[in-house]
Design a protein around this ligand. Sequence first.
Ligand SMILES: Cc1ncc(COP(=O)(O)O)c(C=O)c1O
Length: 438
Amino acid sequence: MSLTRREFLAAPAALAATSLLPTGLLAAVAAETPALPDLSSWERIRAQFTLDPSYAHFASFFIASHPEPVRAAIDGYRRAMDRNPFHIIEQGLFEDDAHNVPLQVQTEIADYLGGRAQEVCLTGNTTTGLALVYHGLPLQLGDEVLCTTHDHYSHHESIRLATARAGASMRKIKLFDEAATATTESIIDALLKDIGPKTRVVGLTWVHSSSGIRLPIREIASALRARSNPGLVLVVDGVHGIGATDETIATLGCDYFCAGTHKWMFAPRGTGLVWANADNWARLRPTIPSFSDLDQYTAWEQDIVPTSPNNANRMMPGGFHAYEHQWATAAAFAMHKQMGRARVAARIRSLNDQCKAGLAANPKVTLHTPMSGDLSAGLVAFEVAGVKPLDVVKQLLAKRIIASTSPYAITYARLAPSLVNTPEQVERAVRAVREISG
Ligand SMILES: Cc1ncc(COP(=O)(O)O)c(C=O)c1O
């Protein structure tokens, strides 16, 4: 944005106050915030978390425990805001680009995604991102949004609410009967054969929290482009892929990528993002007034509608937020950059491979997650013969192992080995399942 944001949302009283604005407030926060620690070993990485050590935590993907660099960033911003909320937030939001903190967050995220800062919209979670995208799409009477039976409640309901409003329809298809035996080809075939002449949008989930399968989004996107309706839009719920896989998300081939960053990325609770390129942002209609788009604000001042194309900032839900959390998102992405995306993904894959191999060796266990690391990520979904999934989870808890059940009509037990776990803990979990299965 070329114009200073200083004027943005600045009522006359606030404008007068800005001339008194102490400079360098945020620089002082940054100076107080410790540099990233040594993250060269898994032990050091695990030491960043204050998780209760009397449990083995295999449900960290549910919502993040903040690691030390994120806690430090939150604390730094919080202290500063508690000292001087008006100046810190006013400066951080509406100062020129060099001092704009959301822009710094967008820049850090874009670097991880392989995209551009202007392509990143900050949201509060995956759910908000999905709702903003589906409600923003110019759906017409009779259009169809195709999704799958495997998607999350937040995804289905975003589509249902948006299509109902537009007079469009939604249809859910099965990509497979059993995730564990699905292949890239079978998934693509199942999807393509169900795309009809009215299908305008396809909604998919990257890593399914129902079964742990990871859809081959890159291959699916290129098949859709080559063999389906021109202009078809692909929306991806990517929350369990980001931070768990080694992918350049901005080049995956989807049109809209929605994710919470408060799961695998370890960003503060209540943070998320939508990534799309400029053309795809331009085709959306915003739902919530933004506090981050000067054109929208000046158009409002002039009592006209904005004439410039819609963009990621205009889609960013306005109103004030828990900025110490939103702004500390940058620390989580910086931490991931320092750990290394490929290294993180390899570690998660190796722990999950170990978990799957251990469970698969148990004849009483049915694995629902594909064995292949190319079609899975950090979630292992399984059943134990004769024991309900909730009872598996309860019995694991009694052994101080935290697992979870999948929140779907058909539910499975889940273990999600992640950076907070060790191979020894995975072994312990596998052994515990063996004891439960009798
Ligand atoms: C696949 C999937 N999508 C969306 C969500 C909702 O995520 P959020 O809390 O970031 O909205 C979840 C929750 O775990 C999920 O598993």
